[in-house]
Design a protein around this ligand. Structure first.
Ligand SMILES: Cc1ncc(COP(=O)(O)O)c(C=O)c1O
Length: 498
């Protein structure tokens, strides 16, 4: 497909600007352009077609099944958009005085109350803008807490399992802690024997996702909590997988002291490609004094921002955090109401249904009921037919599905991490399972089909690492001839007026 610049023809226009009879403002000589900018010149129908074609090539949760494990790509209810676009929310300036932003403050306060209830911890800060920022904030709270107790120099280590999401070790390092890895046992739980030898007076805390990135609920969670709390360390819960347990169990009840939420996953939000997200944190009473400021507090019937927290770690985000995400999450939770538990139950049911359909063809490394997602291994296809997990993922695109997360968690060879979410119908799950089984059959009978996939997508295999590390997002004008003389007077004049 051509770029819009390549479709440009001199003189074509998609709109005409009014030309008011006003004098052109005097622009100082040194600030004037020497030549007009090379904007694409294109008619309106061509422009509409161009962007429609781009949109048609884009895959999203609104176009198809998107079982990207760990990312919780669930349907985004349209009511959220209605609510977030109410003028009182949409047009509110972040510096609006408190008296005139009571509605927004009340919404934030109510969201805090709900989140506290969902995880069973009393104090919440909505400020962090992503799960990873919630992690960093939580670890900074840990540091502030131990520093205050005079244990800052002693407690230098944070323990994380080998299944952890990549942001966990990154946050630990960014917070200035030393990382201590712990193994996974043959049932997919944290290896308790390995753990016991690694926790002591030098330990500041644990970071754990439960259910883990294997999609398994850790059966030793009570013992894990005992080990950490006996050594005076704190427990951090990575709440990215909260979609599995809402209304069923609460991290606060099984001993965690700090939790982050991924609002954009659990409570819906169009996300991906870097945002927008929300990563609030919830903590026990003893950590509350260190939370970021301002805190949103209620006094009688009014709501206000409280900056009077002498022990606070400070601000981690501009203003109060990503407000639009709060409105959507609040709308989402309120529309579920008491049925929030059903959301998690159906997410778990859907995942187990798919697992049951696929585990005989693709290997399930841990033969257990899964939570909201599960991990398969494609190593048999690789060993027997030379077809890799990457090939399976690419071939799924030909069948019209977004591939699952692949090659993660790192401890499962040829991993496929599948998260269907609660919003998918049985027919969709069946169509996906049928495609996965069909690809396994192709691997045995026509391995070149998956190996050379995708066949019916606009682009074939891309160098994804290079695309991520050296993205070309700029049209290189210097490599393309000017379609017409630079600095053409009529154009320049029009530009000045615009
Ligand atoms: C288990 C887990 N932890 C943390 C994160 C980080 O969350 P975010 O992408 O919002 O920074 C993710 C994101 O996918 C995750 O899956």
């Amino acid at each position: 497909m051509k770029l819009v610049y390549e479709k440009s023809k001199p003189g074509r226009r998609a709109s005409s600007l009014p030309r008011p009879e006003l004098p052109a403002p005097e622009v100082p000589e040194e600030l004037r352009r020497a030549s007009p900018p090379r904007l694409p010149e294109i008619s309106e129908p061509e422009l509409v077609r161009h962007f429609t074609a781009l949109a048609d090539r884009t895959f999203g949760i609104d176009t198809g099944f998107y079982p990207l494990g760990s990312c919780t790509m669930k349907h985004n209810p349209r009511v959220n958009e209605r609510v977030v676009n109410l003028p009182g929310f949409r047009d509110l300036h972040p510096l609006q005085e408190e008296d005139a932003s009571q509605g927004a403050l009340e919404l934030m306060w109510r969201l805090q109350e709900i989140l506290a209830e969902v995880v069973g911890l009393p104090a919440v800060s909505l400020q962090p803008a992503a799960g990873s920022q919630g992690e960093l904030t939580g670890l900074l709270l840990m540091r502030a807490y131990f520093a205050d107790r005079g244990e800052g120099d002693q407690r230098r280590e944070v323990v994380i399992p080998d299944t952890a999401h990549g942001t966990n070790p990154a946050s630990v390092t960014m917070a200035g802690y030393e990382l201590v890895g712990v193994k996974t046992d043959p049932r997919g739980n944290v290896d308790l024997d390995d753990l016991r030898g690694k926790v002591g007076p030098q330990t500041a805390g644990l970071m754990l996702t439960n259910p883990s990135t294997l999609g398994l609920f850790d059966e030793g969670i009570e013992e894990i909590t005992r080990i950490f709390h006996e050594s005076g360390a704190l427990m951090y819960y990575d709440g990215a997988n909260l979609n599995a347990i809402c209304g069923i169990s609460r991290p606060g009840d099984f001993g965690f002291d700090i939790v982050h939420f991924n609002l954009h996953k659990t409570f819906s939000q169009p996300h991906g490609g870097g945002g927008p997200g929300g990563g609030p944190i919830a903590v026990r009473e003893r950590l509350e004094p260190y939370l970021p400021v301002p805190a949103v507090v209620r006094e009688g019937d009014t709501f206000r921002l409280d900056y009077e927290r002498p022990k606070t770690i400070g601000k981690v985000r501009g203003f109060c955090g990503p407000f639009g995400v709060f409105v959507r999450s609040y709308a989402y939770i309120r529309s579920y109401g008491p049925a929030l538990r059903e959301m998690s139950e159906v997410a778990v049911l859907n995942a187990n249904y798919l697992l049951a359909r696929l585990k005989d063809t693709y290997e399930a490394p841990f033969d257990r009921l899964c939570m909201h997602e599960f991990v398969l291994s494609g190593r048999r296809l690789k060993r027997e037919h030379g077809v890799t997990t990457l090939d399976v993922a690419k071939r799924l695109m030909d069948y019209g599905f977004h591939p699952p997360t692949i090659y993660f968690p790192l401890i499962v060879p040829e991993a496929l991490m599948i998260e269907p979410t609660e919003t998918e119908a049985k027919e969709t799950l069946d169509a996906f399972a049928d495609a996965m089984l069909e690809i396994a059959r192709e691997a045995a009978e026509q391995p070149e089909l998956p190996k050379e996939a995708p066949h019916v997508r606009p682009v074939k295999r891309l160098d994804e690492v290079r695309a991520a590390k050296q993205p070309v997002v700029r049209y290189r004008f210097e490599q393309h001839e000017e379609p017409h003389g630079a600095g053409e007077p009529r154009q320049l004049e029009a530009q000045k007026r615009a």
